[in-house]
Unconditional design. Structure first.
Length: 711
């Protein structure tokens, strides 16, 4: 299009020059003849240029309008061509005789791909491509104007396509030589496959009809029998074929089970033929009198011409009466066998279910091969073990017994085998597995022992139960001793403050100085408070032991209560001891039991103040990774390494036989935290103080830290 535009512009420029030349010539002539003044020559030249420009613009606009109409017409034609190509399954390509390349065209005639002969040949069968090349050379050498060839594709994926390619001249040069050949490629795969199927079907019909192994009958388009082979004569016991065909028997609906042949080209049917019905006057299928009923299998094929009109019908069939009767007998036998098999299967399934429920395995030991087989399903060995493997799987203390039993079976002992052993195998709970074997000898027909059969039971639960009973018995005995010790200590600890109270109270009845009475009263109050606290702790820890303390899981702001818990624990602290509380949160809303957690903090703070006479006590907490960590630190006397392991015990005393508080504070703290799912750790060094950590898993629903931590 651009080339044409340049050509038009060149023509217009030439036209302008040709238009100006006469004006210039006239101007020169006028000058020569002195008709015009030389001073006015430029006026004529300008006038000529103006006229030429006007003509040029007019001619250019006219060309643009014409080109627009041509483009619209070309688009319309391209659209129609694309529809034609799509509807007709057509493809276009061009063969260039100069370069000998093949160029693939789109529906609009635009070049999309270009191939050399070698690459283009890979799309087609080699022989078919050579035929197409010969036709192209004939057209290029003007031996023919057009040609049509049929080719087959050569696809790598095995998808074979068939094409009809029409070759014709697309362009000639000035000397009349062919420069381009147009190829219109039409996909005829469906037509070719249909044709091949038809040919194959015809060949099959011909072969089958001439075969003597099956019945073959041919009916014309009116459904009249015109040909029948000898096998069919024997099947239907036709004694006079010629006379039978003269009766013009028709293809009966009885044989086709009322299937309309006009709508089916292929029918496979099996018919039960009752000759008494088919020989009646109402029947269209006339057959010789055979009597009885027989089964007939047939295939009906319709033969049609190229326009789809029915030409004839082939019927291929065979008498399958004996086969059907044999099948019925086998079917009855199969039903009986299935029932018997089902009973056996149910019996085996019941045994297998019992084995699985009872966790019992079947055991077979074969002395000749020195092999033991274990299975939890009848007839399907699950594990096969050698003698050495059996011995190694047993625990060391049982290997001698296993070796002895295997040796006895190898010598074909007729005694029953009973053995319980521990193995080197552990179950999913980490427990050592114990197995009990009960086996008996199995004799063959000659009375010799062929193998040993029995059962293997997993006794792990029973052994572990017995072991747990022993442990629980031992624990009960230890608990009884602990209980007696606890009651002894408790009674002793209760008697100590009671004796002090009674002693100071008795002083009031003796001669005494009245100035000492306030001292007596203070001692009585102090021992009374100690006794009350001791009794409260005893009652509370007893409720903990009996699981009578209810733990709640409510939401509360721990940051608001922490300071108060600590101050209540330090209510009786020595004024010389400095207290420190680190509360880094403005709000820390957690789920838990605020009352029990507050009791833990109060007791820890109370114990820290009890042992600290100078220095400081510090309480702080932190929430990280869904865990609340509380620590209480003091600079008291600390705990010696010998006393530290038993510091969490009840009524524990230090090396000076001094109680830690009431003797139940730390045990109560540990028991509460354990009930809440946490843990307690104690670290102490003699002369330097102690630190107690509480780790409590909990979920925080609101976390807001302080901008500045105030101490």
């Amino acid at each position: 299009m651009n080339l044409r535009r340049h050509q038009i512009n060149l023509r217009l420029a030439t036209l302008v020059i040709l238009t100006l030349l006469p004006g210039i010539a006239m101007a020169k002539g006028f000058l020569d003849n002195a008709l015009f003044d030389a001073e006015h020559i430029h006026v004529y030249i300008v006038a000529g240029l103006f006229i030429s420009t006007f003509v040029l613009l007019f001619y250019n606009f006219l060309y643009i309008f014409r080109e627009h109409d041509i483009n619209n017409l070309q688009k319309s034609q391209n659209a129609r061509l694309a529809l034609v190509l799509q509807a007709g399954r057509l493809n276009l390509w061009v063969y260039d005789t100069d370069t000998r390349h093949y160029k693939i065209l789109s529906e609009t005639g635009v070049l999309t791909e270009e191939y050399n002969p070698v690459d283009f040949a890979r799309f087609y069968d080699r022989d078919d491509f050579e035929v197409m090349r010969a036709a192209i050379f004939d057209i290029s050498e003007n031996r023919r104007l057009s040609s049509t060839v049929h080719v087959k594709s050569n696809a790598d994926n095995g998808d074979v396509r068939y094409y009809s390619i029409h070759l014709s001249i697309d362009h000639r040069n000035e000397r009349g030589h062919v420069t381009r050949i147009l190829g219109v490629q039409h996909d005829i795969t469906a037509e070719q496959e249909k044709k091949e199927r038809a040919n194959e079907l015809l060949m099959r019909y011909h072969t089958v009809f001439n075969s003597a192994l099956i019945d073959m009958m041919y009916y014309d388009k009116d459904g009249i029998l015109t040909e029948i082979n000898e096998t069919a004569y024997k099947t239907f016991k036709v004694t006079d074929p010629q006379k039978y065909l003269e009766q013009k028997p028709r293809l009966g609906k009885e044989l086709l089970k009322n299937i309309q042949q006009e709508n089916k080209d292929y029918i496979h049917t099996t018919t039960i033929i009752d000759f008494s019905q088919y020989n009646s006057e109402e029947s269209s299928l006339r057959l010789p009198n055979q009597g009885g009923v027989f089964y007939y299998e047939s295939v009906v094929n319709a033969i049609r011409d190229k326009d789809g009109n029915l030409e004839g019908i082939y019927v291929a069939g065979r008498n399958v009466t004996e086969m059907v009767e044999s099948f019925h007998q086998r079917q009855q036998g199969a039903i009986l066998l299935k029932k018997a098999t089902q009973h056996i299967k149910e019996y085996i399934d019941n045994i297998n279910y019992a084995l699985q429920v009872s966790k019992v395995q079947l055991v077979n030991y074969y002395p000749r091969s020195f092999t033991m087989e274990l299975s939890d399903i009848i007839g399907k060995p699950k594990i096969r073990l050698s003698q050495l493997r059996c011995i190694r799987l047993a625990a060391p203390r049982y290997r001698r017994a296993v070796s002895s039993v295997l040796n006895r079976m190898d010598h074909l002992t007729r005694n029953v085998i009973d053995l319980t052993i521990g193995t080197e195998i552990h179950d999913s709970k980490g427990r050592q597995i114990y197995l009990m074997f009960n086996m008996i000898p199995i004799f063959d027909k000659s009375g010799e022992i062929s193998h040993y059969f029995g059962m293997c039971r997993n006794m792990t639960d029973m052994v572990e139960t017995e072991r747990q009973l022993q442990l629980e018995t031992q624990k009960a005995q230890e608990a009884e001793l602990l209980k007696e010790s606890f009651l002894t200590n408790m009674s002793y600890e209760i008697r100590t403050p009671l004796a002090s109270i009674l002693g100071y109270a008795a002083l009031f009845e003796t001669e005494h100085d009245e100035a000492d009475e306030p001292v007596f009263v203070d001692e009585i109050k102090k021992n009374t408070n100690d006794l009350l606290q001791l009794i409260n702790d005893i009652l509370f820890i007893s409720r903990l032991d009996a699981d009578m303390v209810e733990f709640k899981n409510d939401s509360f702001d721990f940051a608001e209560y922490f300071d108060a818990y600590c101050q209540m624990g330090w209510s009786s602290i020595n004024p010389e001891v400095k207290t420190s509380i680190e509360n880094p949160y403005e709000h820390l809303v957690i789920n838990g039991d605020a009352e029990q957690l507050g009791k833990v903090i109060q007791k820890l703070c109370m114990l820290s103040s009890y042992f600290t006479e100078k220095g400081y006590v510090r309480a702080k907490y932190e929430y990280r990774r869904e865990e609340l960590v509380i620590s209480v630190e003091d600079t008291g006397g600390g705990i010696s390494p010998e006393t530290l392991p038993k510091a969490m015990g009840r009524f524990a005393r230090d090396e000076n036989e001094k109680l830690c508080g009431t003797g139940l504070d730390l045990p109560i703290v540990e028991e509460i935290i354990k009930k809440m799912g946490g843990s307690v750790e104690l670290q102490s060094e003699k002369g330097k103080g102690s630190t107690v950590w509480v780790f409590l898993p909990c979920e925080a629903t609101q976390i807001e830290k302080k901008s500045e931590i105030m101490i």
